[in-house]
Design a protein around this ligand. Structure first.
Ligand code: ADP
Ligand code: ZN
Length: 626
């Protein structure tokens, strides 16, 4: 053990410079971020690693740099064949010898890639797991020099997640056949049970675990109750005009309706769900990746491995299934580190629907219990008055520490979520809660919130008359609150367990165990006051510039010209625009207005490869704009 540490430390010293020099030369970045350097050093020295880093944290460099520093080809296992091409293209733009092997290649091209692998002509090779595991490919690997195995989206090995891939289980064979080749497994999945399952299933028990903070400081979180979802969505999108984003919906039908609705309002919206023909799906995804400003309306079938860096917002029109799901989905925003926004609307209807889906699903009782707990945790998050970031990180066992602060102080708030920007007030809702509970009780615990609200507010509906609920003592005792306020009360009573949704999922409400003391006047109920908020803005006033990439007005014309130039380059080569340069890089160029190649080289994100390829073109655009 002692000796091992000694040798790696010496190796570290020698490689630190190399890795950094390579980062600058090839990738054009000044410095490693967070734990990247430590991970790179560990893998270069031959160690196995389990890397847990949030989306946008910079996982790719953790295996790309070691693959370039070590002898042989780095093998990258990825479940997402649709995205390999873009990843490989991005590397080629940097001058890296990269290729991929999957079922989309014709036989001739595939053979060429295999020859390049055997001849040591590849720095990185991306391969789908089912291809990697074929006897033929494994024997090919026996005859090749392998720098490392990178297992991307490693949570696919876990059965608890939504992305389970049986082939991932068989990847343990890599360790058995090539014990001396370092393996690095990476995931953005944060929950501890999944982490443990990865280590176990991939035989990574001896690997060093690199756990990063899961905080995404550039993402602003907000949650709104849905009163008029479409109008709320349109308001939200108005603060993100011309930007790329994802709008998640629960059902395929809603995906299509939402996309149509938005398209009808002149917004470049496209649908994506598993029920669309494969070619439509592929085309919509391609457009989302390659064009600027597409709004993708999608089910959660869309998104895993979408590494488009400039997704500026993720909106949830329906509740996700769990906090982990929510975090993963929102994590697709703002990978480039620039301001981004995660907005979620929810209502009692979501709760009823999700409960119903759980209860009526085919899953085992054990699994259902787990899903119920996950849903409750998410609902608690929605109704929480505390800092959203604190609450999210706490769900992953992490204490929030503000960027730059040495350590956590209790109750530290982030200042970049709805609850921080506009603190929530609570009110003494004991009286309202008693009215609501007794109304549910007196109507026989078999009606949903809508009808109960009608009874409380003394509405004259057919249903009220049919059941003679106008004769009840609770009829008309709730006129002091409007229907919206009552909806908020009912939702919060459900979330806190005072009311329970029936297992059959009709939405009828019955008293929970904790309801008795409240009804008897023995315990008080405090609920959060529903703030009047506009989506897309943290609170009062226009905040657009804070949630989008900030470009000074004086730099705008040049920035737009650079974007147009980039669009042309991307079309000519049939690659996504961000593969050429990120928005942030263009903004920095517009600010700096470089007059020479050496000045241009100072801009972050421009390595030697891109300087040679695009340097003159950029300088031309800068000159033309004067
Ligand atoms: P992940 O796979 O963890 O979601 P990526 O590897 O796609 O993240 O990186 C996210 C973004 O951050 C990319 O746009 C990448 O170019 C950028 N990035 C990663 N590491 C650095 C770094 N050290 N300096 C500057 N930018 C970086
Ligand atoms: Zn906050």
């Amino acid at each position: 053990m002692q000796e091992y540490e000694h040798t790696t430390r010496i190796a570290d010293a020698a490689q630190a410079d190399d890795a950094l020099a390579l980062l600058r030369r090839v990738f054009g970045y000044d410095a490693f971020r967070g734990q990247q350097q430590a991970i790179v050093d560990h893998v270069v020295a031959g160690g196995d690693a389990l890397v847990l880093m949030p989306t946008g944290g910079g996982k790719s460099l953790c295996y790309q740099v070691p693959a370039l520093l070590r002898e042989g080809t780095g093998l990258v296992v990825s479940p997402l064949i649709a995205l390999m091409q873009d990843q490989v293209e991005a590397l080629r733009q940097l001058g890296v010898r990269a290729a991929y092997l999957n079922s989309t290649l014709d036989a001739e091209t595939a053979r060429q890639v295999e020859r390049d692998l055997l001849d040591g002509q590849l720095d990185l090779l991306y391969v789908a797991p089912e291809r990697l595991l074929t006897a033929r490919f494994l024997s090919l690997l026996e005859r090749s020099a392998i720098a490392l195995f990178a297992i991307d989206e490693a949570h696919c090995v876990s059965q608890w997640g939504h992305d389970f891939r049986p082939e991932y289980r068989e990847l343990a064979v890599l360790h058995e056949r090539w014990p001396e080749v370092p393996r690095i497994a990476l995931t953005a999945t944060a929950d501890p049970p999944t982490r443990r399952e990865i280590a176990e299933r991939l035989a990574l028990g001896d690997a060093q675990c690199f756990l990063s903070s899961f905080d995404r400081p550039n993402i602003r979180y907000s949650v709104a109750h849905k009163d008029n979802p479409r109008r709320q969505l349109v308001d939200f999108l108005a603060s993100h005009a011309g930007e790329s984003g994802i709008v998640y919906c629960l059902s395929r039908r809603k995906v299509e309706e939402t996309a149509e609705f938005l398209a009808g309002r002149g917004i470049a919206a496209l649908p994506y769900h598993a029920g669309l023909p494969a070619d439509v799906r592929a085309e919509n995804q391609r457009r989302f990746l390659r064009e600027d400003g597409i709004v993708m309306c999608a089910t959660i079938a869309f998104g895993m491995g979408i590494d488009k860096p400039d997704v500026r917002f993720v909106a949830h029109m329906d509740l996700p299934k769990s906090i982990e799901g929510y975090y993963q989905e929102t994590g697709r925003a703002g990978r480039d580190g620039e301001p981004a926004e995660a907005w979620m609307g929810y209502g009692l209807g979501d709760v009823v629907l999700l409960r119903q889906m759980i209860e009526q699903g085919e899953a085992s009782e054990e699994r259902k219990a787990l899903e119920r707990r996950k849903l409750d945790q998410l609902l608690g998050y929605c109704e929480s008055a505390m800092c959203r970031r604190q609450a999210l990180l706490a769900a992953f066992g992490e204490t929030y520490v503000p960027v730059g602060a040495a350590e956590a102080a209790p109750g530290q708030r982030c200042g970049n979520c709805d609850n921080c920007l506009q603190p929530v007030r609570t009110w003494d809702a004991t009286e309202a809660a008693r009215k609501a509970l007794s109304c549910a009780y007196r109507t026989g615990q078999r009606f949903g919130a809508a009808h109960l609200i009608d009874v409380l507010r003394g509405a004259d509906t057919e249903k009220v008359r049919q059941f003679r609920h106008n004769e009840l003592s609770t009829y008309g005792i709730g006129t002091d609150l409007d229907a919206n306020a009552w909806r908020s009360v009912f939702r919060q009573l459900v979330v806190s367990g005072l009311l329970e949704v029936d297992a059959e999922g009709h939405g009828s409400l019955r008293l929970g165990a904790a309801a008795r003391p409240v009804l008897r006047g023995e315990s008080a109920v405090h609920l959060r006051e529903e703030p009047v908020r506009k989506p897309g803005r943290g609170g009062a006033g226009e905040r657009r510039s804070e949630s989008t990439l900030h470009v000074d007005a004086s730099d705008r014309p040049l920035f737009d010209a650079l974007r147009a130039w980039r669009g042309q380059m991307a079309r000519e080569q049939n690659v996504p625009a961000y593969v050429i340069f990120h928005d942030r890089t263009l903004r920095d160029i517009a600010q700096l207005r470089p007059a020479s190649i050496s000045e241009l080289a100072r801009v972050g994100g421009i390595g030697g490869g891109k300087l040679g390829r695009y340097g003159e073109g950029v300088l031309d655009v800068v000159r033309e704009q004067g």
